[in-house]
Design a protein around this ligand. Sequence first.
Ligand code: ZN
Ligand code: ZN
Ligand code: ZN
Ligand code: ZN
Length: 438
Amino acid sequence: MRDSTVANSPGSHQKSPSHHKDKSPVSLSKLSPKDGQSDTARLANKFEEGQDVLARWSDGLFYLGTIEKINKQKHNCLVVFEDQSKSWVLWKDIQTGDSGEEMLCTICQNESSEPPNEMVICDKCGQGYHQLCHTPIIDSSVIASDDKWLCRQCVFATTTKRGGARKKGPNAKALQEMKQSLPYTLDELEWDQGHKTNTQQCYCYCGGPGDWYLKMLQCNRCKQWFHEACIQCFERPMLNGDRFYLFVCSVCSSGPEYLKRLPLKWVDVAHLSLYNLSVIHKKKYFDSELELISYINENWDGLQLGELADTPKSERYDRILEALNNNPAMFISGKEIKKKKHLFGLRIRFPPSPHSSETPSDKEQETASQEIKIKGRKSNKPSHSPNHGAWGSWTVGTGDQTIDDCPKVIFPHSLFFFHAQSPLLLNHLLSGYRHSVA
Ligand SMILES: [Zn+2]
Ligand SMILES: [Zn+2]
Ligand SMILES: [Zn+2]
Ligand SMILES: [Zn+2]
């Protein structure tokens, strides 16, 4: 018998009252598209048109949206976001609320609950997970315990944020532990030649979509790409396309991440800054004196320039101008297109590549033959925490940072928790935060 009240009774995670200590060493690859017809049908049942959902964007964060269409063949849904932008989102990146009636496992959509694979209910979202379906596998001690248990999605939703995931607090610790296992099989991903994109659109600890050329880091060992929002070791927020780091993920380190800043030369500073300016302002040419050097000065600490960091302000412009003029293959000057000579742009919009890799052998020979196209993105961040399955409480905009690629958007300097009966309230509060980068 199903007990639908367990989701609301604090400290109770189990569907049936038996306590078992068995732990079965079963590992499943939950995201592999090996589903048979019936699995597809079952998974599709999770979604309906008009349903409010949370969809994971390429920055690793969840955004509120409404399902407009469901494509059973491609395993995705057309989601309309609050800013009215639309995007096809894979099922793996959509979180639905609790249906409230049947307690089905969120992963496999089955309702069975037998030891050693009982249904465990998240104390935050009220969704059910089989012990063996969840990543990592839920130990039977969780069932026996009165402590609160949060599912992987809720741990991520409460800790990931722009500028880097939370480092402190009980959920931050849970995140650190969950990050040591992935909710997908890394070996099954099909990568492009440069190992930057995969056909499954599956990256990071979260398994969400991603844009390697924005705020993501590649693990030096496993070569997977990780979102800034999911990484916990940043001291400063990332710049777009900043690959001047040596990074080892928590899976590879079996513990905390490793991060080391790599040195930048002046040409890298100019390249990285022009790249970021072009991402932010959606244009190609920037006045070296008015725009470029002001950007560099404003982000001087964020650029983490090591030895160059001591350069007095008065000398920086000459160094940058020198780098711009000495690298005509990389930078295009305004005079080439009969514009002002102190205008500069990137000949091809592509993020800079670090010169000195710790392991030069695997440093790919990268040719920036293709201009990076940057798709629209959502700037309003309802980093969610659905409560009791009915979108009860939400966390909105963590607020301690200016969104550096949305210069006009500054979130309030406090963390809001509020209870909304309807997502409309959220819509209202977040309206006007639209920003897209073409
Ligand atoms: Zn299951
Ligand atoms: Zn949950
Ligand atoms: Zn992520
Ligand atoms: Zn790794």
